[in-house]
Design a binder for this molecule. Structure first.
Ligand SMILES: NC(=O)c1ccc[n+]([C@@H]2O[C@H](COP(=O)([O-])OP(=O)(O)OC[C@H]3O[C@@H](n4cnc5c(N)ncnc54)[C@H](O)[C@@H]3O)[C@@H](O)[C@H]2O)c1
Length: 287
């Protein structure tokens, strides 16, 4: 299947990442079948897309006339059977192996054999996910960053089984979305989380050991290293529970104790201080 023959894309999951992925495909001119398990999740996803398109309109990245055209390209569905019409599919369902397995095996049965199936997982082995399908050579990782409409990077991850054609097509497809794809091989945490999580973890240790306050740690990294966000601000944005889970994957997958999660991070998670989503993490947020 050539990249030019990709007209319709299925996005599985309309949550934080799924609605962003659907947004960027629709913006780039693709028809999008957006699938979630219940209408209320689809409604929430579509509302977010409409809100984010409005923001792009205000910033002059989109014209008034384009907005309804982009929205009309999106088809929200609960019926999984509808994805059979797709020429490419991206999975963005929750980061739980059993949910991924159920969704990927069902999608694998419904999609035409030549269609590439991609996963947006942050931490599960692409090689293991590819092996769950009957199209391992057409399975690939497409790791978008949050918020998807804003962030330019797509880490394109090659599972052990991914074929050259699926890999190069996915790299090209990401470019048609206005993204910059970066090629990475499958390994725990890929590059993004392999490098980011130890930074966040070390920042948490610095706070735990009383080296500096969260504000001071973040100020050093922003002002001294030119990071647009400090590591602890970023950790709150990602979710401290998500950070602890990813560190666990790195520790188990790579076996090096340097990846063990900082006790302070684990303590915050135990307290329900998960970051922005719970209004408290390293910082306190207004409701
Ligand atoms: N949130 C991030 O910053 C981020 C960044 C990069 C990658 N990811 C990855 O993206 C994936 C999705 O994460 P998220 O943050 O969007 O999660 P989320 O919980 O916001 O969204 C997941 C959505 O999938 C839906 N869903 C559940 N079962 C489904 C099924 N069988 N079919 C279709 N939809 C189903 C849920 O109802 C929900 O709307 C995960 O693999 C995660 O690791 C997340």
């Amino acid at each position: 299947m050539t990249i030019d023959s990709i007209k319709t894309v299925a996005v599985l999951g309309a949550g934080t990442m799924g609605n962003g992925i659907a947004h960027v495909f629709a913006r780039a001119g693709y028809n999008v079948i957006l699938r979630d398990v219940e209408d209320r999740f689809l409604q929430r996803g579509m509302d977010t897309i409409a809100k984010n398109l409005e923001r792009e309109l205000k910033k002059g990245k989109l014209t008034e006339a384009e907005k309804p055209t982009v929205l009309a390209r999106l088809k929200p569905v609960t019926d999984m059977g509808a994805i059979a019409a797709a020429d490419f599919a991206v999975e963005a369902v929750p980061e739980k192996l059993e949910i991924k397995r159920a969704v990927l095996t069902e999608a694998d049965k419904l999609l035409r054999p030549e269609v590439i199936l991609a996963s947006n997982t942050s931490s599960i082995s692409m090689t293991a996910l590819a092996a769950m399908t009957k199209r391992p050579e057409r399975f690939v990782g497409m790791h978008f960053m949050n918020p998807v409409p804003v962030m330019v990077l797509v880490e394109v991850i090659r599972a052990l089984q991914t074929g050259d054609h699926a890999y190069s097509s996915t790299m090209e497809l990401a470019k048609t979305l206005g993204k910059i794809p970066v090629a990475v091989n499958d390994a725990p945490g890929f590059v993004s989380n392999r490098v980011l999580m130890p930074l966040i973890n070390e920042a948490a240790y610095a706070v735990m050991e009383g080296v500096a306050t969260p504000e001071a740690v973040d100020a050093v990294m922003k002002l001294g290293m030119n990071h647009p966000m400090g590591p602890l601000e970023l950790a709150d944005f990602i979710g401290l529970d998500v950070c602890v889970d990813i560190l666990k994957v790195l520790l188990e997958g790579l076996g090096d104790p340097k990846y063990r999660a900082c006790p302070l991070l684990k303590k915050y998670v135990a307290a329900g201080w998960l970051g922005r989503k719970s209004n408290r993490g390293f910082y306190i947020y207004d409701k």
